[in-house]
Design a protein around this ligand. Structure first.
Ligand SMILES: Cc1cc2nc3c(=O)[nH]c(=O)nc-3n(C[C@H](O)[C@H](O)[C@H](O)COP(=O)(O)OP(=O)(O)OC[C@H]3O[C@@H](n4cnc5c(N)ncnc54)[C@H](O)[C@@H]3O)c2cc1C
Length: 501
């Protein structure tokens, strides 16, 4: 039975499929890039412009993972972030963060125009608002900080185009929204030729700083970029410095289309933007409150909350629903650059905190410069991936790692049945069978799909993602199909097999 189906995402379902070949045999290029999301494909495109040969090695299909499951806002308005960055990193580095996002948005527009990529890029203001008195001062402060940093911000109140009035909002002008799967696939189409390649269905299962190995071939290169969302395995220790958050996403036709992109400052979080679908209807793409991957009860609650909220936009029946994940770094800034301060490792980019469209493009701009020997990129002052200890991230770091320790021992029991017979059709559970932790799901025909519940990355117990029918690791964010096959790293090996019946 299929699970983790990429077409659950509205963006993936409304994009043409890509058909790049699988890597077969051995080859050599200047730069090997593992991962064909926005970071990998943009890095490849920029490197090719700089005269380098590249090979993108993508485990599944380009653009269809985290990027193709996002809400795809192109904005430097990242909810409440600049006052946090200013507090933790100082004014100059907070300014660099904003500059990187604004430049990245312009770079995406340049790439789409130059390569004639049809990605439905539309100019749109971005708002972060509150309806809660407790957050008004925070919004006002964010306006004050962002104006001082030179960002296109203003303070607005009352009617901002939503079905309800707000107490305060920050408005960023000259922002945009786009179709993420078409954008990444369109850029990828421009890569093959003149010694450069894109490979799909080619999962990296082993790696060295100058070589990438899949089950069907190898790519040797002077430099390897790990654009796999989180670096694979234990590279750079980022799995312990950035933690995964899952979010519910729903898509429905709406009668009251708001004229912007919106997110609120308080919890539960509600984010919305619109897109005209192939049938001419206006669809809302809405994301809700985050939860720990594999925590089924929170997943249910957060989807229900999001649906209730979306109803106020005169929403029709829900057409798509899926869960997407991103990593939050312990000090709020992404990690971009070399995985080791001695520069003998990999180029990496991670920890985008659900703002990796602009951050991911900025990352590609930095990585392309580093890969061509240009050192000292100014934006590294804020993003440097080798900063030893995340600045001021201590409390969060301890809390998250304690939670990982708990999942190594106990896991999250999403439901109670103790053996296969006790499972209802459509039900999943973690159970002990012959002393082993087993992740079992009984489908509607009564067939049980059972695999080891122990994540192949670092041994946490996986939990059930009811919407996508996948097993998701709460500790480091790996995701697996019902068969145990990897969907999303840092794991690269499947869950162990278990007898099914
Ligand atoms: C609900 C949600 C909404 C979001 N909305 C926004 C938004 O509106 N604006 C914004 O700026 N950001 C948004 N984000 C964040 C943004 O989508 C991500 O940060 C960004 O897309 C990450 O891009 P990436 O290239 O790092 O990862 P991906 O797009 O996941 O690309 C990584 C690729 O690497 C491949 N890969 C992994 N392991 C291997 C391997 N072993 N071998 C080969 N290939 C491998 C994967 O298959 C994948 O295709 C959102 C995130 C979430 C969770």
């Amino acid at each position: 039975m299929a699970s983790g189906d990429d077409d659950k995402s509205y963006w993936n379902a409304t994009a043409e499929p890509t058909r790049f070949p699988q890597l077969k045999g051995d080859m050599e290029v200047d730069v090997a890039i593992i991962g064909g999301g926005i970071v990998g494909i943009t890095t490849a495109r920029l490197l090719k412009e700089m005269g380098k040969t590249v090979a993108v090695i993508e485990a599944r299909r380009v653009g269809r993972e985290v990027t193709g499951k996002s809400t795809a806002k192109m904005t430097s308005q990242h909810s409440i972030i600049y006052q946090t960055l200013e507090r933790k990193f100082g004014e100059d580095r907070a300014r660099l963060y904003g500059e990187a996002q604004e430049r990245a948005i312009r770079e995406m527009q340049r790439l789409a125009t130059h390569y004639e990529v049809s990605a439905d890029i539309e100019a749109m203001p971005a708002f972060c608002y509150t309806r809660d008195e407790k957050h008004v001062a925070e919004i006002e402060k964010e306006v004050e900080v962002t104006q001082r940093l030179g960002l296109p911000a203003s303070l607005v109140r009352g009617d901002i185009g939503l079905p309800y009035d707000v107490l305060a909002a920050i408005r960023f002008d000259a922002q945009a929204q786009f179709h993420p799967t078409r954008y990444v696939a369109g850029l990828a189409e421009t890569l093959p030729g003149d010694g450069s390649h894109v490979f799909e269905n080619s999962r990296a299962v082993d790696w060295e700083p100058t070589r990438v190995v899949t089950d069907t071939g190898t790519v040797s290169a002077a430099i390897v970029v790990m654009a796999t969302h989180l670096p694979l395995g234990q590279v750079g220790g980022y799995y312990a410095m950035a933690y995964p958050k899952a979010e519910p996403v729903i898509v429905a036709p709406i009668g009251r289309a708001p004229p912007g992109m919106y997110i609120n400052a308080e919890q539960p979080s509600h984010s919305i933007r619109t897109h005209r679908g192939p049938d001419g209807k206006i669809y809302a793409i809405a994301a809700g409150q985050s939860f720990k991957p594999g925590h089924t009860d929170e997943e249910r609650q957060n989807f229900a909350d999001l649906e209730r909220w979306l109803a106020s936009f005169d929403a029709g029946p829900i057409a798509y629903r899926w869960v997407n994940e991103d990593y939050t770094s312990m000090d709020s800034a992404p990690f971009i650059g070399w995985s080791s301060s001695t520069r003998d490792g990999y180029l990496v980019a991670t920890g985008f905190d659900a703002w990796g469209i602009s951050n991911g493009t900025a990352a590609a701009m930095i990585l392309a410069d580093l890969a061509t020997g240009k050192d000292g990129h100014p934006w590294l002052d804020v993003f440097d991936s080798t900063r030893i200890k995340p600045v001021a991230g201590g409390g969060e770091f301890v809390k998250e790692n304690a939670s990982v320790a708990a999942h190594l021992v106990a896991g999250y029991l999403s439901s109670k049945p103790k053996d296969y017979d006790a499972l209802e059709p459509g039900q999943a559970a973690i159970m002990k069978i012959d002393g082993d932790n087993v992740a079992a799901f009984k489908d509607e025909t009564g067939t049980v799909h059972a695999v080891s519940a122990v994540c192949s990355h670092m041994g946490c117990l996986v939990g059930w993602n009811e919407t996508d029918r996948t097993w998701d690791c709460p500790c480091h964010g790996s995701r697996f199909e019902l068969s145990g096959r990897v969907i999303h790293g840092p794991a690269t090996r499947p869950l162990g097999s278990k007898i099914t019946g």
